[in-house]
Design a binder for this molecule. Structure first.
Ligand code: SAH
Length: 350
């Protein structure tokens, strides 16, 4: 048992089973033993690789998008440039370099929303001049340009299963002293079709609502990139654990395993109330922003790296790579021209 598994087991023994969201919040965010609190999980030696760590081209395309969104908003200065869950700070460093000539860098008041002390230290090395916040609510009001890559999928999620007696919530309990899955008694309210499932993340929905409130009040734009789906939905619950680049049992070693779920993009889009939303698959989004031409330029400038650049382009955009598993959602005040990277008829995902 990990130290965190022992602590969670003691808590369940005293207070009864906990929801999946409570378990996830402890497994990822416990101040002493939480997964993100204790390590930098990104990269080849870590547990998983994210798009900005695959190639500088990813952050550069985000920089091109942010500069265009800033232009579209009328070049407000200062503008709160906010990244949620910035990891090593790689995406923002590449984005600011790519946005260089636009003037966004000079106008930007850079805020990083990050809870992990380990990752805050990594971000400080790459992004001098940044300020940190533990949540978006701590960032001062004002025109907002926000980006989040693989952030929402790390927020705690609740899981439900329908039965003829009513919906039941999936919980973590104890069987012979070990952590085990269980189901709550039927919840009051309407019953669902037997076997139907649901996942809801109050933290994700509240964060989206807070972004929307700020964009309605002060203008700007938001770009959310994540592992997720539109319709049809996957066949069942999507919570998964990853350790050392392989699937793992979410209950086996809490605090030492990454936990994520697949973001339901139509549901998330609906949380950006009062805004226009745009939706694309990551591969198409990056292609429309010009990642192909950027890859050619990089390969021409450093021919010995041409193979690596081509591999990275493939991983980021191909359907077998991250091209269709990852999706992009943009949210802007109503009435603005379509942001770059989205097809004309790509409004809300359905
Ligand atoms: N965006 C980065 C890192 C993704 S990993 C990249 O693409 O490489 C998830 C990031 O979100 C980490 O930086 C993690 O510490 C942060 N994070 C997770 N839950 C958080 C929370 N509740 N509040 C703030 N940051 C959180």
């Amino acid at each position: 048992m990990t130290p965190l598994a022992r602590e969670i087991a003691e808590r369940i023994a005293a207070e009864g089973p906990m929801t999946v969201a409570e378990f996830m919040a402890l497994a990822l965010g416990h101040p002493r033993h939480g997964y993100y609190a204790t390590r930098d999980p990104l990269g080849r030696a870590g547990d998983f690789v994210t798009a900005p760590e695959i190639s500088q081209m990813f952050g550069e395309m985000v920089g091109v998008w942010l500069a265009a969104a800033w232009e579209g908003a009328g070049r407000p200065a200062p503008v709160r440039l906010v990244e949620l869950g910035p990891g090593r700070g790689t995406l923002m460093a590449d984005a600011l370099r790519a946005a260089g000539r636009s003037g966004l860098g000079q106008a930007a008041d850079l805020w990083l929303v990050e809870t992990s002390p380990v990752l805050r230290a990594a971000q400080a090395e790459r992004l001098p001049g940044a300020a940190w916040a533990a949540s978006l609510a701590e960032v001062p009001e004002g025109p907002l340009l926000l980006v989040a890559n693989e952030f929402f999928d790390a927020l705690p999620v609740r899981q439900f299963l329908a039965s003829p007696e009513g919906w039941r919530e999936r919980v973590v309990g104890l069987v012979e002293g070990r952590l085990a899955w269980g189901l709550s008694p039927p919840l009051p309210g309407p019953a669902g079709a037997e076997g139907d499932w649901a996942e809801r993340s109050p933290a994700a929905e509240e964060t989206a609502a807070e972004i929307a409130r700020r964009l309605r009040a002060d203008g700007g734009a938001a770009l959310v990139i994540d592992y997720g789906y539109a319709r049809p939905r996957p066949p069942g619950w999507t919570l998964q654990a990853v350790r050392a680049h392989a699937r793992a049992d979410p209950l086996a070693a809490p605090g030492e395993t990454d936990l994520t779920w697949l973001v339901d993009f139509p549901r998330l889009a609906a949380c950006f109330e009062g805004l226009a939303t745009w939706h694309a698959e990551q591969g198409a989004f990056l292609a429309r922003l010009g990642i192909g031409a950027r890859a050619e330029a990089l390969a021409r400038a450093a021919p010995d790296r041409a193979g690596a650049v081509a591999d990275a382009l493939e991983r980021l955009t191909a359907p077998e790579g991250m091209g269709t598993l990852f999706r992009v959602l943009a949210a802007l005040p109503e009435g603005r021209p379509p942001p770059p990277g989205f097809a004309p008829a790509s409004e809300a995902p359905r």
